[in-house]
Design a protein around this ligand. Structure first.
Ligand SMILES: *[C@@H]1O[C@H](CO)[C@@H](O)[C@H](O)[C@H]1NC(C)=O
Ligand SMILES: *[C@@H]1O[C@H](CO)[C@@H](O)[C@H](O)[C@H]1NC(C)=O
Ligand SMILES: *[C@@H]1O[C@H](CO)[C@@H](O)[C@H](O)[C@H]1NC(C)=O
Ligand SMILES: *[C@@H]1O[C@H](CO)[C@@H](O)[C@H](O)[C@H]1NC(C)=O
Ligand SMILES: *[C@@H]1O[C@H](CO)[C@@H](O)[C@H](O)[C@H]1NC(C)=O
Ligand SMILES: *[C@@H]1O[C@H](CO)[C@@H](O)[C@H](O)[C@H]1NC(C)=O
Ligand SMILES: *[C@@H]1O[C@H](CO)[C@@H](O)[C@H](O)[C@H]1NC(C)=O
Ligand SMILES: *[C@@H]1O[C@H](CO)[C@@H](O)[C@H](O)[C@H]1NC(C)=O
Ligand SMILES: *[C@@H]1O[C@H](CO)[C@@H](O)[C@H](O)[C@H]1NC(C)=O
Ligand SMILES: *[C@@H]1O[C@H](CO)[C@@H](O)[C@H](O)[C@H]1NC(C)=O
Ligand SMILES: *[C@@H]1O[C@H](CO)[C@@H](O)[C@H](O)[C@H]1NC(C)=O
Ligand SMILES: *[C@@H]1O[C@H](CO)[C@@H](O)[C@H](O)[C@H]1NC(C)=O
Ligand SMILES: [Cu+2]
Length: 661
């Protein structure tokens, strides 16, 4: 342990004895109507009826007690504190069916933990199937109690996020559908700045601002730049870095950039703060209302608001976070004890839908939350079998050095997040989108890893490329490693790390309230992944992913088939006339026509004979995965989208002039 570490550990231990400040919140999640972008009013998840959700601002060593009540009526909920290590309090990490049960309607869960020794910018959000994209999210700032490695005058937090005009439960059925065999993600309409469109940031002249930027969006990365001002990056994901000045920041979903911005002396004019969608992540621009959005750095309230400020180098000259240098250097872990090697693949399963995989596994939640299995499995807790196959369990030994090699066989970028840790970034390959094949990491190729690698908790991989991360397994708990594009999580892009299960058993226990939530949800919390309490090695009836397509089917084949079937069987007129009533039926018809080998395809109707060992799970226990909704299928037709666009354009004039801040 370095001296500075020892010192901060001692200071931190001191907190435990000093008077601990307690921050208590009673929060009720409920539906409300809001119009954050000024273009369209829709249902959002509110906090006690208010929107947006409050920012939390606390100091190291404080205690957080959040009583979260679910009054959503039709959905479960949960709360994750992104980036907090929850060392010893794994039960409050907030992942349904991994570290807790879903909080069902009318139930309350109390999250009760000590703020860790992790000064920095974090955030909280629902971890229940896509729900945070409906607005259930906020900033979580841990103030430093020691001197910070830079000076500033004022501190401000700001969120940036993509925004949809439909709720996740409206969008999911069409996304997880036979009619979307390529897995094209729903297209967001706008980008928000602090949950408002064309946001306003009021500044004072000649002032150094410490701006904490959080991307609370569920899908898109964004480019950020300012008119005639520069960012000096001083921290990422709660890790202080040597100041690095840049004109442009690229921020993925869930990442944080803390920057210094020095304002001008002259107050006669206002300046643009620009946000731009990473359009490479969009399958189509149809449905996007504004790809760029212009926020205002306001020096003078009577002067006009700024015009859009164009950049010609936004996609080439952004800061590459790989090269950042942590202020508190941690030497590269020279070698690893255990390697997790995973290929990211998007592919179709036997129901024709598109799923996401690490190797051949698409995450499906178990019957018993994984933490519950750890705490009840006794000596079997070190055997990954007991956690089930579709949770993709990986058991780590205490304090071993773990290397994650992730090869991205997909043509998109993905921001990956590991709960419970910051990791060292050892390598990231460039985009190989122009190659015919993905280029995997070549371990034997000579390579100079940085001596003091950058550390953070969310890091993106380039298209058809790879990254390599390392961390020490020094935080006993069950931790999710997953893509932070919430659509991809619904498609199963996650795996379960069971870190040092023996220490979890020795040190952690579950609160009564935690157990009450499980009982209310009807979810057992004792037993293996298949809810077997007698024989932990018997996984009969565990939840598993949908079976594979018969070999020879490809996504492209399905597209061709689906669309020729739609044309052949029904035709557009029928879709319009019969609407949703006909469509569930149509799916069956398409399958009838697909192949004679219907048994293979229709697993769900078949799991009582050949497949009685398993129950076919939907996507990640996602509410939306159940049933195809005809209304959303109709949205694919371009006429309706074009109409919407026209509407949006018109409303936008109002939106841009209204100063909602
Ligand atoms: C939260 O609710 C409980 C019980 O209704 C009450 O005792 C407590 O004072 C409330 N706390 C806050 C911070 O409002
Ligand atoms: C929740 O409680 C309210 C008020 O007591 C009741 O009307 C509603 O039916 C309950 N909902 C569920 C899902 O139990
Ligand atoms: C929170 O946890 C602390 C420490 O375990 C305990 O003393 C306290 O009673 C808990 N508070 C609530 C409201 O559960
Ligand atoms: C964003 O909202 C928070 C309140 O949640 C406020 O403290 C902050 O000043 C706002 N940021 C900007 C840039 O206006
Ligand atoms: C801005 O004003 C301060 C005094 O208020 C002065 O010290 C500083 O040099 C000025 N900066 C510029 C760029 O003019
Ligand atoms: C603010 O803007 C108004 C309108 O352009 C201008 O008349 C005024 O002089 C400006 N104030 C300052 C302090 O620059
Ligand atoms: C969006 O911003 C880019 C970069 O500044 C610019 O080239 C482009 O014209 C803008 N597009 C729109 C629709 O404003
Ligand atoms: C700043 O970032 C650039 C890459 O964008 C890198 O080349 C440079 O070494 C960095 N400098 C520091 C001090 O972090
Ligand atoms: C990913 O792509 C590489 C290179 O084309 C290939 O060798 C590997 O088998 C692919 N992985 C999977 C799981 O398909
Ligand atoms: C978790 O706490 C243990 C001591 O209880 C400590 O050794 C370990 O370094 C901590 N892990 C993290 C990630 O902070
Ligand atoms: C779990 O097992 C118990 C006892 O066999 C049974 O009563 C319960 O319905 C099962 N629950 C689930 C969710 O499978
Ligand atoms: C809520 O959670 C329960 C238990 O995990 C699950 O059975 C139910 O399907 C979930 N409800 C929704 C709407 O997702
Ligand atoms: Cu992804």
């Amino acid at each position: 342990m370095k001296f500075t570490h020892l010192l901060s550990a001692l200071v931190f231990a001191g907190w435990a004895f000093a008077e601990q400040k307690v921050h208590s919140y009673n929060w009720t999640a409920q539906w409300g109507k809001e119009n954050p972008d000024g273009l369209y009013e829709r249902e959002v998840v509110t906090c006690n009826g208010d929107y947006p959700w409050p920012g939390i601002n606390v100091k190291k060593g404080d205690r957080i007690i959040i009583s979260l009540t679910n009054h959503l009526e039709n959905q479960n909920t949960s709360l994750h504190f992104h980036g907090l290590f929850q060392n010893g309090t794994n039960e409050y990490d907030g992942v349904p069916l991994m570290t807790q049960c879903e909080i069902p309607p009318n139930e309350t869960m109390v999250y009760n933990f000590t703020v860790p020794d992790q000064a920095g910018t974090y955030w909280y959000h629902s971890h229940s199937s896509g729900q945070y994209m409906d607005g259930m999210r906020g900033s979580f700032v841990i103030e430093d109690t020691e001197d910070m490695p830079f000076d500033y005058d004022e501190e401000v937090v700001v969120s940036v996020s993509d925004w949809y005009h439909k709720t996740v439960s409206e969008l999911t059925p069409a996304f997880m559908s036979l009619y979307n065999p390529t897995g094209a993600e729903p297209i967001p309409q706008t980008l928000l700045f602090n949950e408002t469109f064309n946001g306003v940031w009021n500044v004072k002249p000649d002032t150094t601002y410490f701006l904490r930027i959080v991307n609370t969006g569920g899908f898109l990365s964004q480019y950020l730049w300012m008119e005639d001002h520069t960012f000096t990056v001083v921290a990422v994901d709660g890790v202080y870095v040597e100041p690095n000045e840049t004109e442009i920041i690229y921020i993925t979903a869930a990442q944080r950039y803390d920057v210094l911005i020095h304002t001008k002396n002259d107050t006669s004019k206002n300046y643009a703060f620009m946000q731009k969608m990473d359009e490479d992540m969009l399958d189509t621009l149809t449905g996007v209302a504004f790809i760029n959005s212009t926020d205002a750095i306001v020096y003078n309230k009577s002067a006009p608001l700024p015009e859009e400020y164009i950049s010609d180098n936004y996609d080439t000259d952004f800061l590459n976070d790989f090269y950042l240098v942590p202020v508190e250097p941690e030497e590269l872990y020279e070698d690893y004890d255990y390697q997790i090697k995973i290929d990211v693949v998007m592919d179709n399963l036997g129901n024709g839908m598109n799923y996401a995989f690490f190797n051949n596994i698409s995450y499906v939640a178990p019957k018993v939350p994984t933490l519950g299995t750890v705490l009840s499995a006794d000596k079997y807790a070190t055997n990954s079998l007991v956690y089930g196959e579709s949770t993709h369990p990986i058991v780590l030994q205490k304090d071993e050095i773990v290397e994650i090699v992730l090869n991205n066989n997909d043509t998109g970028k993905h921001p990956f997040h590991l709960h419970g840790h910051v990791f060292q970034v050892v390598e990231r390959g460039p985009s190989y989108l122009d190659e015919d094949e993905p280029v995997p990491y070549n371990e034997s190729a000579p390579y100079d890893a940085p001596e003091y690698p950058m550390r953070r908790d969310t890091f993106y991989v380039n298209p058809q490329s790879y990254f390599v991360l390392r961390f020490k397994a020094n935080n006993p708990g069950v931790w999710f490693f997953h893509c932070h594009i919430d659509w991809h999580l619904i498609q199963g892009l996650g795996l379960t790390i069971i870190e040092d299960p023996e220490s979890i058993q020795a040190q952690q226990s579950l609160s009564d309230n935690w157990k009450d939530v499980c009982s209310a949800a009807g979810t057992p919390y004792i037993g293996n992944a298949a809810n077997n309490t007698e024989n932990y090695l018997n996984l009969k009836n565990q939840n598993v992913q949908v079976k594979n397509l018969p070999s020879g089917f490809t996504a492209r084949g399905i597209v061709a088939l689906v669309f020729s079937c739609i044309a052949g069987i029904l035709g557009c007129v029928v879709i319009c006339v019969y609407g949703m009533a006909q469509i569930p039926d149509m799916e069956k018809k398409i399958f009838d026509n697909l192949t004679a080998d219907e048994q293979v395809l229709f697993l769900e109707e078949h799991d009582d004979d050949a497949d009685d060992d398993t129950e076919v799970g939907g996507a990640n226990g996602a509410s939306g995965a159940s049933g195809v909704n005809g209304a959303n299928v109709a949205n694919v037709t371009s006429a309706t989208t074009a109409e919407k666009d026209a509407e949006v354009e018109e409303n936008s004039k109002e939106g841009s002039s209204s100063d909602k801040n």
